[in-house]
Design a binder for this molecule. Structure first.
Ligand SMILES: [Zn+2]
Length: 398
């Protein structure tokens, strides 16, 4: 039985119907758990408090070999019958894009929507990870192979996939396939990684008084000039290629010529070669605009480099993920994305990223999830996890 057949076969087993009845009863608890996780601030690099909470959840789920590493990755293992068989990894990132001090208040709308920073990306994903482990304990699931549960740090922004990278370096040799869980985009299967490069562009000048030294170079004026040139770039639509200047900072006071200024620029493409060309163009523009200016120094540093990679639409893991959606009556869309799976795919581990529900406004404070589709999202995840780890209901239970 291949993975696709296994998923569809499992979806018809009486024991799995029991799991669905149990899932219906705990759906409200899963949402409450997502809210609890969301209320713990976890900006990238500062995930420790949230990580400790998840660690205690993993303990209550009966996972073994639980721990937390120096990057605040939290992990635990559900033992399989054959510990030497390549394990299944299920991961969800704990970090959020919201800085310390963000108001994390949530709004519950009509009982069908929850809105607030990080609820979708990725508190719900982490809650689903814990719930999956808990359901496996409730039903005494003993899969063929080990399942590693990982709530990893450093997925967002300048985290640069550092959490999953560190975990993979330590444990990658034990893994055979991976499911990466995100709160939104139910119905999509990401099986290819979008390559990302992130640049920090900084300008420096001598500075001076805005009135007395008017006419001397200013780090901010020059940075604005560079930005104005760069935002006129028109990258190709196919392969889809984008850029964004997402953070800009600099200067000392309104009446000083700025001595330093900088911005962060994010470049992405479905095609690594096109991305390299875009970065070359960006660097050429910066160089040509800066070479003829006296008294300005410019530096360009790479602060993010997300590898790309992928598995084909006909890979058994992609077909298995599609079957899990079909088993819950959902259509599936195959896509390229930028998630922790990029790193795994680049290292050669088959991986898919799947979603749990619908919603929107990701990375904004009014980010939201719709609660009603979660039941299908959870069923999909559980089916793929059970089949992915080679579980079959014990025969006396059939
Ligand atoms: Zn995310």
């Amino acid at each position: 039985m291949d993975l696709q057949e296994h998923v569809l076969w499992l979806s018809r087993q009486p024991r799995v119907q029991d799991i669905w009845r149990y899932l219906d009863k705990v759906l409200a608890d899963i949402l409450a758990s997502a809210v609890l996780i969301q209320q713990i601030p976890a900006p990238t690099f500062r995930e420790l408090v949230r990580a400790n909470h998840v660690l205690s959840c993993f303990g209550s789920c009966g996972l073994v070999d639980t721990g937390i590493d120096s990057l605040y990755n939290v992990y635990g293992r559900l033992p399989g019958q054959d510990p030497s068989a390549p394990a299944l990894l299920i991961s969800a990132h704990t970090d959020t894009v919201f800085p310390e001090g963000t108001d994390l208040a949530l709004r519950h709308e009509n009982g069908s929507r929850i809105a607030g920073p990080g609820i979708a990306d990725n508190s719900l994903g982490v809650a689903a990870l814990v719930a999956t482990a808990d359901i496996m304990r409730q039903f005494r699931i003993e899969p063929e192979r080990d399942i590693w549960f990982l709530a990893n740090s450093r997925e967002e922004g300048l985290g640069d996939l550092g959490g999953i990278r560190a975990f993979y370096e330590q444990h990658g040799h034990r893994l055979g396939r991976a499911i990466v869980v995100e709160g939104l985009t139910l119905g999509r299967i990401y099986h290819r990684g979008i390559a990302v490069r992130r640049l920090h562009v900084a300008t420096y000048a001598e500075g001076g008084h805005s009135w007395q030294q008017f006419g001397r170079p200013s780090a901010i004026h020059h940075l604005l000039l560079l930005g104005a040139r760069l935002v006129q770039l028109k990258p190709p639509e196919k392969p889809r290629t984008t850029y964004n200047i997402g953070i800009i900072q600099g200067g000392q006071s309104v009446n000083s010529l700025a001595t330093s200024a900088s911005f962060y620029m994010d470049l992405r493409s479905e095609d690594p070669q096109t991305l390299r060309e875009l970065e070359t163009t960006v660097r050429e523009i910066i160089a040509s605009e800066s070479d003829r200016v006296e008294g300005i120094d410019v530096t360009v540093d790479v602060v993010g480099d997300r590898p790309s990679g992928g598995i084909g639409a006909d890979h058994e893991l992609v077909r298995g993920a599609a079957a899990a959606l079909r088993a819950v009556d959902l259509d599936c869309q195959l896509q390229a994305g930028s998630t922790d799976a990029n790193l795994l795919l680049d290292r050669g581990l088959p991986a898919v990223t799947i979603g749990l529900t619908t919603g929107g406004n990701t990375h904004r404070v009014d980010e939201y999830i719709n609660t009603e589709p979660l039941v299908k999202g959870m069923r999909q995840l559980i089916l793929l996890a059970l089949a992915g780890a080679g579980w079959e209901p014990p025969s006396e239970e059939l």
